[in-house]
Design a protein around this ligand. Structure first.
Ligand SMILES: [Zn+2]
Length: 252
């Protein structure tokens, strides 16, 4: 169940009282409920606790947790606000060689290395003994691709709506910003870190940057346009900044 963009795990149990918890390291929200409680009641219960949930999530996500991810089976990987469970499949070098030869003969696709998402499972195929760094690179390139497709899709819709030309899009690593608009080149660069945040927050970033083509600062004129385009953009911006604590330079 998803409420206000937050994924809620529901577990039905033989219990009398509802129990709600937010767990580190990824601020997963879990609720245990009596077996016969209907979905509407669960929904309204969670909705009444939203402020508390947000506060817990904020605290957990703000904890320093860089370099914790090892890219091994069981870890959580986020993409477009969805949580995937990682499953690592290692192929020995002989098996990899055999498969590559077989694939060359039969022209059938074979996967020795790469990422496949199915449901909430993310299967990472690697050669046995692959380094952590290499696993990270494979997962990140999958996230980058997903993010790139999402952005291209949304940006063309928004450009149609705003009656302007679609800018060039680049997705790359950035340290202090979610995105930046390079007006002279008609280009917007997006932080690859956006791959982990919910889609509605990414959309806010897209509209924010598109609006910079008209107003290149955060003046009243900028705020006015943003209010027209996404009335609840302030809430989206706050949610975005909760998600990953970047040393943000921009605070429109
Ligand atoms: Zn800005």
């Amino acid at each position: 169940m998803t409420i206000a963009g937050i994924e809620i795990e529901i577990e039905r149990k033989k219990i009398k009282h509802t129990h709600l918890a937010v767990y580190p390291p990824d601020a997963r929200v879990h609720i245990s409920v009596p077996e016969d409680l209907d979905e509407r009641d669960i929904r309204s219960y969670v909705a009444s606790k939203l402020a508390w949930i947000r506060e817990q999530r904020r605290a957990i996500l703000a904890l320093p947790r860089q370099a914790k991810r090892e890219y091994v089976s069981g870890e959580s990987i986020y993409a477009l606000g969805r949580r995937y469970r990682l499953w690592v499949v290692e192929t020995s070098s002989q098996a990899a060689k055999r498969r590559t030869q077989l694939a060359a003969k039969s022209k059938a696709p074979t996967l020795v290395e790469g990422v496949i998402a199915y449901g909430t499972r993310l299967t990472l195929h690697v050669r046995a003994g692959t380094s952590r760094r290499h696993r990270e690179r494979l997962v990140e390139s999958w996230q980058r691709e997903l993010l790139g497709e999402f952005i291209k899709d949304k940006i063309s819709n928004w450009c149609k709506k705003l009656g302007r030309e679609v800018p060039l899009v680049e997705v790359r690593k950035m340290k202090t910003r979610w995105a930046s608009c390079i007006q002279s080149k008609g280009k917007i660069a997006f932080n690859v870190g956006l791959a982990r945040v919910p889609p509605h927050c990414i959309e806010y970033v897209i509209v924010h940057e598109l609006t910079h083509f008209e107003v290149d600062n955060h003046s009243r004129a900028f705020v006015k346009l943003m209010n027209e385009r996404i009335p609840r953009w302030v809430a989206l911006r706050d949610e975005l900044n909760d998600f990953i604590a970047l040393p943000m330079k921009e605070k429109p």
